[in-house]
Design a protein around this ligand. Sequence first.
Ligand code: AHG
Ligand code: MN
Ligand code: MN
Ligand code: MN
Length: 323
Amino acid sequence: MISFKTLLAQENAAPELIDLVAVILSTCHHIAEQVGHGALGNTLGATDAENVQGEVQKKLDVIANDLLIEALTAHGSVRAIASEEEEHARLACSGAPYLVAFDPLDGSSNIDVNGQIGTIFTILKARDDVPDHSDEQFFQTGRDQLCAGYVLYGPYTTLVVSTGAVVHEFTLNKSSGEFISSKKDMVFQQGTREFSANMANLFYWPKPFQNYITSLIAPQPANTRFNMRWQGAMVGDVHRILARGGVFIYPSDTRDVAQPAKLRLLYEAFPMALLVEAAGGCGYTEAGRILDTPLTQLHQRTPVILGDKNWANACFTALLIIN
Ligand code: AHG
Ligand code: MN
Ligand code: MN
Ligand code: MN
């Protein structure tokens, strides 16, 4: 039974970095326990607050956010923290080497229906050229990530983590709190004819992309047809394609000219793109590679295409016709 510490050490991850990942994971174990109480705990339902993105915060969004901030602030290796649920970056420990950004609870709309939810995180190097507490600390590209991962609180709790070289999957032993290796070196499966997209938005996608997706679901011989899955939680949908291939797509939407994309670059697209690319897949926005996109606003949004190298490329090309 190999622990995540051993596997990350084999990739020459610094001991301090491994220690920081351990803090995130023990907090995720705690979140998993809270999630597991369901209706018997005081964790379901909404608060009466909104986050900076105008979303009503669920109780679990706030619980998971507070647990992560408390643990990371106490740890001493984190200079600044950024969260989906907080307007600005917050100072943790001046002069410390790392930055952590996270989506404390991804898939909030699934909380009350016992659907898939998870925590997504990324770790970057702190910058000495901007103030310790500033949003600018995080203004880096996806290639600057030192480590990224997610914990999926499904029927069992799964961790997928990478420093950018290889991707490993672990399963939480709920009694010991340890994440035990369950898939070493995940490799993206090519050729799976399954895509993940919110088809309810089809008519609001750019027209050539509508045509492309419609061509996939048009009647065709059984062995060439495409299948569709949508969990409504990026963490669950991306886990599915990492586990069995396919493509996850969240394109821009023509309804909102000011804010055409939904997903957030820093704590959703960057970490998922690092994992997908390290497994041999590919990640695009509508303008280039996700990992090459510079972050210029903490809660910057981006269109997302993640998956099978050839297929992600075809989706990107279909979108490029428009741009
Ligand atoms: P969050 O719950 O962290 O706000 O993120 C929700 C995101 C993402 O997880 C998912 O892919 C997408 O929203 C689902 O959007 P739809 O409402 O289009 O299903
Ligand atoms: Mn949200
Ligand atoms: Mn999210
Ligand atoms: Mn969230």
